[in-house]
Design a protein around this ligand. Structure first.
Ligand SMILES: N[C@@H](CCC(=O)N[C@@H](CS)C(=O)NCC(=O)O)C(=O)O
Length: 199
């Protein structure tokens, strides 16, 4: 199968971590995509977004939550608890991590616009989401399980993306428990192997 990705994408990194953790690397060919999507990639994912996974029978799977669950079933993993409260906790934490990444991406897009076209209210709106997501994660991380689910993976990828794009953010001073959790999580070989290259 083929994974369409870019090394900086927090969403593609989720899939790359799951692949690494479950020992699926030999079954997945990585295809680097340059954004914005061209017609060839839009024929794979009409939304033009990465990641996308193409199976050996040419079935296409996106977006990252669906790809990661597919890989988890394939590799008999435990990133997606199959039922009960633990499943909804993991999926909701994944939504928080992905939503944090969405807010960081959207804020960066706005910040990169020429000053005359930039909207202070869009930047503030996304900053509010980033800050309240960090507060919730700093409170919640004390009860993160030691064996990570897709929720913890998504949080690691979102924060890794913030570190890449806004290294001066200083969130570690405001969210000390979360910083300690991420430092431990990042020691996993899958975290090191998928860290985005310096900007
Ligand atoms: N919800 C999607 C988000 C994917 C996404 O936004 N990917 C970005 C790259 S980090 C992208 O492909 N952007 C291109 C675009 O929006 O045109 C997922 O979880 O896979």
């Amino acid at each position: 199968m083929r994974l369409y990705y870019s090394p900086n994408s927090p969403y593609a990194r989720k899939a790359r971590i799951v692949i690494h953790e479950l020992g699926l690397a030999s079954r997945v060919q990585s295809v680097l995509v340059k954004l914005p999507a061209d017609a060839e990639f839009r024929a794979v994912n009409p939304l033009g977004k990465i990641p996308a996974l193409v199976l050996d029978d040419n079935t296409v799977i996106y977006d990252s939550p669906v790809i990661c669950e597919y890989l988890d079933v394939l590799g008999r993993g435990r990133f997606f608890p199959r039922e009960g409260g633990e499943r909804w906790r993991a999926l909701t934490l994944q939504a928080l991590g992905d939503g944090l990444a969405d807010a960081v991406v959207r804020r960066n897009q706005e910040r990169r616009l020429p000053e005359a076209n930039r909207s202070a209210s869009v930047i503030q709106h996304q900053t509010n989401a980033v800050e309240s997501a960090f507060r919730a994660l700093d409170l919640g991380c004390a009860s993160f399980p030691s064996e990570p689910t897709i929720g913890e993976v998504a949080v690691c990828c979102a924060i890794g993306y913030l570190d890449l794009r806004v290294p001066e953010d200083g969130w570690r001073d405001r969210s000390r428990r979360l910083a300690r959790w991420l430092a431990v999580f990042s020691r996993r070989p899958s975290g090191g192997a998928t860290t985005p290259p310096p900007a």
